[in-house]
Design a protein. Structure first.
Length: 129
């Protein structure tokens, strides 16, 4: 069952990242100057969020191969929207005066990312037991 939940979260995560990254142009707050470098990190958060929500919620909706996929989709959408809200719509020019503040903001976003990854991993482990 754990493998099927993993695969469901992976597939739903890929779908949401394709929708947000490919169609809407939102690739997460870690993208630098229009590159696709942040897509992996965007996927990681969406994937872990979908898996954590799927592990903790009551199975609802249609069941495919023994896994109810609606909680996974809901979790991926919520995390996708949260990360899309943190993303800039387009790269902007940073003045030297803003560079120091941006470096501090990048450190805060980086710390937020690792805390979130650790909390989601703990939620998945505890929810799967």
């Amino acid at each position: 069952m754990l493998l099927l939940e993993f695969l469901t979260a992976f597939a739903v995560g890929l779908l949401i990242v394709f929708l947000f990254g490919g169609l809407l142009g939102r690739r997460g707050p870690w993208v630098r100057e229009g590159s696709w470098s942040g897509v992996f990190w965007f996927f990681l958060i969406v994937f872990l969020g979908a898996w954590a929500v799927g592990a903790w919620t009551t199975p609802i909706g249609p069941v495919v191969s023994g896994v109810a996929w609606v909680p996974f989709l809901f979790g991926a959408l919520v995390f996708g929207f949260l990360l899309a809200g943190l993303s800039e719509p387009r790269p902007r020019v940073v003045t030297p005066a803003e560079a120091a503040a941006e470096t501090e903001a990048q450190a805060i976003v980086g710390a937020f990312f690792w805390i979130l990854v650790i909390l989601l991993a703990v939620a998945i482990i505890v929810g799967s037991i």
